[in-house]
Design a protein around this ligand. Structure first.
Ligand SMILES: Nc1ncnc2c1ncn2[C@@H]1O[C@H](COP(=O)(O)OP(=O)(O)OP(=O)(O)O)[C@@H](O)[C@H]1O
Ligand SMILES: [Mg+2]
Length: 280
């Protein structure tokens, strides 16, 4: 703790990831057991390093199975790394437990890909959004209600009264993803991970959801990590872009630079695969 906030510069860094690895040892199948061989280890993430400052947004692009979600899960301490380190807001995630872990759970939030799975179907929208405040014992009932109302308003679910007592099955996928965002933001986090946040939604409503995420991230000066197959989405949302390939970051830099002057063959293939926005 002594080094925490030692200089203005290091205090600005929210996330520091060093040589992060996650190797999975698949269970030996029946045939492999007969042959006596070990199944080869899966190097889902194999030496990922980067830093993110307060307010920065990083997009991770890469093909299916390249290790994006596994990386994100390690950053949120949902999966323990095989190697390397994640330092979040000055503390190594490895050592976090008890009240420090609870504080981390408040500061770092996740938006799931599937809003239908993210919300309890039996809870009203109010109950889902107020839940984090209850878990962290924040506010009086009136204060909590006000915070839920404010959060729903900020994600443009209005009139708020129309939504509070509804259940998830009354809402569209896009509206549900807004509820998920409201719930993620209600504890005033500093870090938001959005793993394919619009890929399950209708194309026609994606831009609106992305705009709201972007608007809220900027207003709250959130550090954000977006994961997407779609480089044009990352181009729209992120200052920095990382390209993952087979468990490694093969390219990382300011988004405009990565897209206008890709260094890696695989990045060029990704760019060729989607219609990109005009630079201006
Ligand atoms: N719990 C697990 N056990 C074994 N292997 C796993 C596990 N989780 C992930 N993997 C493997 O690790 C690799 C990376 O998976 P990951 O889900 O991180 O990829 P991704 O880039 O998020 O892919 P997608 O774009 O399809 O979501 C894949 O080969 C996957 O099969
Ligand atoms: Mg994934």
């Amino acid at each position: 703790m002594a080094a925490r906030g030692a200089s203005l510069n290091s205090a600005d860094i929210v996330l520091s990831v060093r040589d992060l690895k996650k190797h999975f040892q698949p269970r030996r199948g029946f045939m492999a057991a007969l042959r006596g061989g070990e199944a080869p280890v899966i190097k889902a993430v194999d030496g990922v390093s980067f830093e993110l400052k307060r307010g920065q947004s990083l997009g991770i692009a890469g093909e299916s199975g390249s290790g994006k979600t596994t990386t994100a899960r390690m950053l949120l301490k949902l999966v323990e790394p095989t190697g390397g380190e994640v330092v979040f807001d000055g503390d190594s995630l490895r050592d976090l437990d008890g009240p420090d872990l609870k504080a981390f759970r408040r500061k770092a939030q996740l938006m799931f890909q599937n809003p239908y799975e993210a919300l309890n179907p039996r809870f009203t929208i109010f109950r889902s959004v107020v839940e984090p405040l209850l878990i962290h014992a924040i506010g009086s009932p009136q204060e909590r209600r006000q915070r839920v109302v404010d959060a729903l308003r900020q994600v443009h679910l209005e009139p708020v009264e129309h939504y509070l007592d509804k259940h998830p099955h009354h809402l569209s996928g896009g509206q549900l993803q807004r509820v998920v965002l409201a719930r993620a933001l209600i504890l005033n986090p500093i870090f938001l991970v959005a793993d394919e946040p619009v890929s399950m939604l209708d194309v026609s409503i994606r831009a609106g959801i992305l705009n709201t995420i972007k608007e809220m991230s900027q207003r709250l000066k959130l550090t954000t990590l977006y994961i997407s197959h779609d480089l044009s989405l990352i181009q729209y949302m992120c200052d920095m872009t990382a390209v993952m390939y087979q468990g490694r970051i093969v390219e990382l830099g300011p988004t405009a630079q990565v897209i206008s002057d890709p260094q890696h063959e695989y990045t060029r293939a990704l760019i060729a695969a989607v219609p990109m926005l005009e630079p201006r």
